[in-house]
Write a protein that binds this ligand. Structure first.
Ligand SMILES: *Cc1c(COP(=O)(O)O)cnc(C)c1O
Length: 236
């Protein structure tokens, strides 16, 4: 076996283990393999192992890879920040995990009759982080609710880059709390209680806090080779 398939099955096993510990079914968590900066051949290898959910943080890279792999039934997830001037590259089959501001809501609603999104929330309160601030979350929800074109499936967050389990889990718990409240209010008919949270270094904690989707790159594909600018510097 290649190290890629080794890594893949190891991560799958760690997810199952975290589910068992949390008293959850192993298939209650979807693994999104974050392939950013890695070649299409790596995606192909996982696909041959039966994997179907892949995440990219840049729309251009996603579109390029999708064009190469167009004949395959991959579910693509856009997990990075999306600039409004790049919404034109988005395809309705993609799931957008990073809906975080009104200008993007409006642009998406203009362009699509149906687009599946998660609202990204900045649960850690770090100034450098993308995502809507917790204090502005309900305002944004109200605005999105006026655009039936936007089908909200759930919420997404990135935890702080720290080893402090308490702080990380607190951020995940905040997201879960918002999601439960949102579900209770029945604002979005499409709401599916998705909680997209957990990356290579913190996914077991995310699963303990209720993640339904974990986004894992490094633990599967290894270190990223190319610099991949994390987010658009000036989203509008
Ligand atoms: C890159 C990225 C991930 C995966 O990070 P790893 O630490 O490599 O697992 C998850 N979520 C987002 C939004 C990312 O940009």
């Amino acid at each position: 076996m290649s190290s890629l398939s080794d890594n893949y099955f190891k991560v799958k096993e760690q997810i199952a283990e975290a589910c068992r510990k949390a008293g959850r079914k192993p298939d209650s968590v979807v693994l999104i393999a974050v392939s950013k900066t890695h070649p299409v051949s790596a995606i192909e290898e996982l696909y041959q192992l039966g994997h179907r959910d892949f995440g990219e943080n840049r729309i251009k890279e996603l579109c390029d890879k999708k064009a190469t792999l167009n004949h395959w039934d991959i579910q693509w997830h856009l997990i990075g920040q999306l600039q409004t001037n790049k919404v034109k590259f988005l395809e309705p089959a993609f799931i957008v995990h990073s809906l975080d501001r009104l200008s993007l809501v409006e642009k998406l609603a203009q362009r699509f009759s149906n687009v599946r999104c998660l609202i990204e929330v900045n649960c850690s309160g770090e100034a450098s982080k993308s995502g809507v601030a917790v204090e502005q979350f309900w305002d944004l929800v109200d605005k999105i609710a006026q655009k039936p074109q936007i089908q909200v499936l759930g919420l997404m967050t990135l935890a702080e880059h720290t080893n402090d389990e308490k702080r990380i889990r607190a951020a995940f718990a905040t997201l879960r709390g918002l999601s439960e409240k949102l579900a209770g209010q029945k604002i979005f008919p499409t709401y599916a209680n998705w909680l997209s949270m957990g990356m290579s270094h913190d996914f077991p904690w995310a699963i303990a806090e209720g993640a339904t989707h974990v986004r894992i790159g490094t633990a599967i594909f290894g270190e990223r080779l190319l610099p991949n600018t994390k987010a658009a510097e000036n989203p509008t």
